[in-house]
Design a protein around this ligand. Structure first.
Ligand SMILES: Nc1ncnc2c1ncn2[C@@H]1O[C@H](COP(=O)(O)OP(=O)(O)O)[C@@H](O)[C@H]1O
Ligand SMILES: [Mg+2]
Length: 242
């Protein structure tokens, strides 16, 4: 079964308003890294909100078509249930962090899943090790640098152990060393069978993708292997730079 199936997905934020996503159709196989690219305003973040079920559950507007996550229709599935399947790291890490310390932030999700305390500890420790942020464990989240906030936001999402991880323009904001670290983490997650969706306009950041979708003004204009990133003419047409 595909991890993600998007069928004829269209969306506008206001009823009768401008269509932001236009009849999108694509699937993502389990264990794939998919890059979603396109210029600013092309609808990438809106698509992320659809994948996590925030659209249609929390935002009104008009959605048509279907998003299936591991076979479950997001419109019919409770958002708390979906949060176990799809973890999204948002563009703005500040909106995602709310606990006083890094440790609290990362323990929050496993505690809310009501896991036994030894399992919570195990999961939290494993995430600290994987992301390499043990030195930040007792820091106040307000005192972190931008890059550290993104790492902590990602670690908090990984603590949910979601089958599908979505990064919305996270890589582009990281410095070279941290980015390399995150890329290694993503490759390890793929080895473990996780499905990863990387939303970026920075081509360099998505060289690990198995497949690339290009969005232009809410439309899917290309769906192909990562080798399309070598196609200079195509890149120029969609104003994507290396
Ligand atoms: N909450 C909102 N209400 C109305 N329009 C929105 C909202 N969020 C985004 N948009 C519009 O949707 C379009 C796509 O935005 P977005 O999905 O953020 O694109 P991207 O992530 O590719 O930059 C833009 O024209 C943007 O102005
Ligand atoms: Mg965006």
């Amino acid at each position: 079964m595909a991890a993600v199936v998007v069928n004829n997905l269209s969306y506008c934020y206001q009823k009768g308003g401008k269509k932001i996503l236009k009849d999108l159709n694509f699937t993502v196989k389990q264990g794939q890294i998919l890059a979603v690219m396109g210029l600013s305003g092309s609808g990438k973040s809106t698509l992320c909100l659809c994948l996590g079920g925030i659209i249609p559950h929390y935002l009104g507007g008009e959605m048509s078509g279907q998003v299936l996550i591991n076979g479950q229709d997001t419109a019919e599935c409770k958002i708390a249930r979906l949060a176990l399947e799809v973890g999204i790291v948002f563009q703005d890490a500040d909106t995602q962090l709310f606990s006083p310390t890094v440790e609290d932030e990362i323990a929050f999700a496993p505690e809310n899943l009501c896991l036994p305390s030894d399992q919570i500890r195990q999961r939290v420790d494993a995430v600290f090790d994987m992301v390499g942020i043990n030195h930040l464990r007792y820091e106040n989240t307000n005192n972190l640098s931008g890059g550290q906030k993104h790492l902590v936001a990602m670690a908090a999402v990984l603590a949910m152990d979601p089958a599908i991880l979505v990064l919305d323009e996270v890589l582009v904001q990281l410095d070279a060393v941290v980015k390399e670290n995150v890329v290694e983490i993503l490759l390890e997650l793929r080895r473990r069978g996780k499905t990863i969706i990387i939303v970026e306009h920075d081509l360099e950041a998505v060289t690990i993708a198995d497949r690339v979708l290009l969005l232009e003004d809410g439309m899917l204009v290309n769906d192909g292997p990562a080798s399309i990133l070598q196609d200079k003419e195509l890149l120029a047409r969609y104003k994507l730079v290396m």
